[in-house]
Design a protein. Structure first.
Length: 314
């Protein structure tokens, strides 16, 4: 079992690092408030996952190895998630801000502040009520762990609703391709939360259930991120798009042997057009645009739209 936990921990670490890295690259590519909020959401989400969940499991294991008293093990493990609450609070606020910044609705700042004050204030109130109910045993037993989990899931559910409502309500102002991407992204985020909420209580059900649940917990937020990464060229416009430098573009095309058709693709990319828009204007298929784009990247020695746009427009 120790080997299994080590492998799962390394996978979780790799997922967290990959998610944060992909999100950070998106900030550099598109430089929007949404991508910044998403980046901070992922950082705080994974920070709590390590500090509030993995640290609890590791602490239980270490204290068990040195034959500590069961009451001490339980009390220490139950208290660790409480110290991770600041990470959760920030992730909830970032989640709310993500929804409003995704559809560029300015009221999001006021809503996120109200959300922060209300739900952060709910934490000590719920904590005090719990202490009154259980009195002497409030730091012992599994009831504290389940109470923490229930409060966490309730506030995250409220945050998810506040995140989803503005996106689904305001995405109608965008054209169908982008609207479809935004709505599906919201659906993936909600499904990820629902599945986390379904499986998280089983952390206490048995040793073999814990490892796959932890792995899924980390993967849940990576799936929406990966989907958005694949569709970013349609939903967002890169930095510097719309300001091509004709002289730089001519020199670049001559230096790397860019063909006439490939130059038309370069023009479209540097004007901030999506692959589908380029395909429609040139009367070619979307796959043909992708094939030309790949050849352009190979000739120049780059691997993203952002680098091409920076070479021509920056």
């Amino acid at each position: 079992m120790s080997f299994v936990y080590i492998v799962v921990f390394l996978f979780c670490l790799a997922i967290a690092v990959a998610g944060i890295w992909v999100s950070h690259r998106s900030i550099n590519t598109y430089h929007t408030d949404f991508h910044q909020n998403y980046f901070y959401y992922l950082i705080t989400f994974y920070a709590f996952a390590f500090y509030g969940i993995w640290a609890q499991i590791l602490m239980r294991g270490l204290l068990s190895i040195i034959d500590s008293d069961n009451a001490l093990v339980t009390m220490t493990a139950n208290f660790l998630p409480i110290l991770g609450i600041p990470f959760l609070c920030i992730s909830w606020i970032m989640l709310v801000k993500m929804g409003y910044s995704l559809v560029e609705t300015p009221i999001g700042r006021k809503v996120s502040y109200f959300h922060a004050i209300f739900f952060v204030g709910l934490v000590p109130v719920a904590w005090g009520l719990y202490v009154v109910l259980f009195q002497e045993d409030w730091l012992l037993g599994e009831q504290l762990a389940y109470a923490e989990m229930g409060l966490m899931l309730f506030i995250e559910l409220a945050s998810m609703v506040v995140f989803a409502v503005p996106v689904l309500g305001h995405s109608k102002k965008y054209k169908k391709p982008k609207r479809k991407i935004l709505n599906l992204f919201v659906v993936l985020m909600v499904l990820a939360f629902l599945l986390r909420g379904t499986f998280l209580p089983f952390l206490f059900s048995g040793t073999w259930f814990v490892a796959p649940i932890l792995l899924f917990y980390f993967l849940s937020n990576f799936i929406p991120l990966f989907y958005l990464k694949l569709k970013s060229d349609i939903a967002f416009i890169p930095v510097y798009a719309g300001r091509p430098n004709a002289e730089k573009k001519t020199l670049l095309c001559k230096a790397y042997g860019i063909t006439k058709r490939e130059r038309e693709i370069v023009d479209g990319i540097c004007e901030g057009k999506t692959n589908q828009q380029i395909a429609d204007e040139l009367f070619i298929s979307l796959q043909t645009v992708k094939d030309h784009t790949h050849r352009i990247y190979s000739k120049i020695g780059i691997n993203s739209r952002m680098k091409l746009v920076q070479l021509v427009n920056g």
